[in-house]
Design a binder for this molecule. Structure first.
Ligand code: ADP
Length: 314
């Protein structure tokens, strides 16, 4: 079931179209990755979903509720980890979490329990009285996550939560995302790091210049551009005859040897592999290792937009 339904969404900033007629569904229980380069429209989309920005056209339903008609109820169902860390430096770690949990409607014993639980979840249970100004970037980010999850939101929205933090906190955050998802939250995770999206998300949307350019599972998106696969074979002493033999095989587009590595470009690696190994063994070439290389999301993005994911805004 779709927990977020976006239809024909348009958002303009003074005439500049930042979201250009976007329609998409986010299913309950997913870790949904929103991927795009800087300036693609990710933050605009997130802030619109959270009700922090108004939109010009289209509709949004969250957990079955119309966004415009039920914005207060919608906000209770959402936890937001914003791109810019939002904490009160003169409040303790615990009071920061308490503040946001109260805003989301928690009171009394439940409030206290959930605040402790959230601090523990992000690994800050031994720092409840510390002020965030003494925290590292990663610890601030983790505290920000605690503030977003204490009220057990149905949907947790995270806007580039791993930008500019140390590897240990990054690992901690990615593990937390998976754990929160296992505990029942649907997650919307935006990033311009395709490795992250590829490793934790079940479903992905790619946006560029405010337009949805592709949506589906990682596998589906790969298939959009899988025209070529690569077989990489570690070999001992390839000879000219075997290389020519491989080049002549049906299904092989290109084959070349570089040092002890034979690379073959094909449209169907599985089908071609048997024939390649046969030619090599016929010519007495010993094989040390074989790898099939599939395109990753980076190449999907490049194929769909002609631009690299890490390109600057243009
Ligand atoms: P992303 O989060 O993918 O980096 P944004 O949603 O921040 O992208 O920006 C999308 C586009 O909207 C960009 O061209 C950006 O310059 C523009 N934009 C973002 N915020 C504003 C704003 N407050 N006023 C005018 N233009 C904006």
């Amino acid at each position: 079931m779709a927990i977020v339904e976006i239809r024909d969404l348009v958002k303009r900033y003074h005439g500049h179209v930042a979201l250009d007629n976007i329609s998409l569904d986010i299913n309950e229980g997913e870790i949904f990755g929103l991927l795009g380069p800087n300036g693609a429209g990710k933050s605009t989309m997130i802030n619109t979903l959270c009700g922090l920005l108004t939109f010009d056209r289209g509709s949004i339903r969250i957990d079955g509720l119309d966004h415009r008609a039920n914005i207060l109820e919608v906000k209770k169902r959402i936890g937001l980890v914003p791109q810019e860390i939002a904490l009160f430096n003169n409040l303790t770690a615990k009071d920061n979490v308490k503040f946001f949990a109260k805003l989301a409607g928690l009171r009394g014993k439940l409030l206290c329990e959930r605040v402790d639980e959230a601090l523990e979840f992000v690994g800050l249970q031994d720092k409840p009285k510390a002020l965030p100004r003494g925290f590292s970037g990663g610890m601030k980010r983790r505290l920000n996550i605690a503030c977003a999850i204490a009220h057990h939101p149905k949907i947790l929205i995270m806007d580039e939560p791993t930008v500019g933090i140390d590897p240990q906190s990054r690992y901690h955050i990615l593990e937390s995302v998976k754990k929160l998802n296992e505990l029942g939250s649907s997650i919307v995770y935006t990033s311009h790091y395709m490795e992250e999206v590829q490793s934790i998300c079940n479903s992905i949307a790619i946006i560029d210049h405010g337009k949805l350019i592709a949506q589906g599972s990682t596998q589906t998106l790969r298939k959009l551009v899988v025209e070529e696969e690569k077989i990489v074979i570690e070999i001992v002493d390839v000879n000219f005859t075997s290389l020519q033999g491989i080049k002549r095989l049906a299904g092989v587009k290109e084959a070349e040897v570089d040092g002890g590595t034979l690379e073959i470009i094909t449209r169907n690696a599985q089908a071609v592999l048997q024939d390649v190994l046969f030619v090599l063994s016929q010519n007495g070439v010993r094989v040390k290792g074989i790898k099939l290389v599939e395109p990753d999301l980076e190449s999907v993005f490049l194929a769909l937009t002609g631009r690299n994911l890490r390109d600057k805004e243009d």
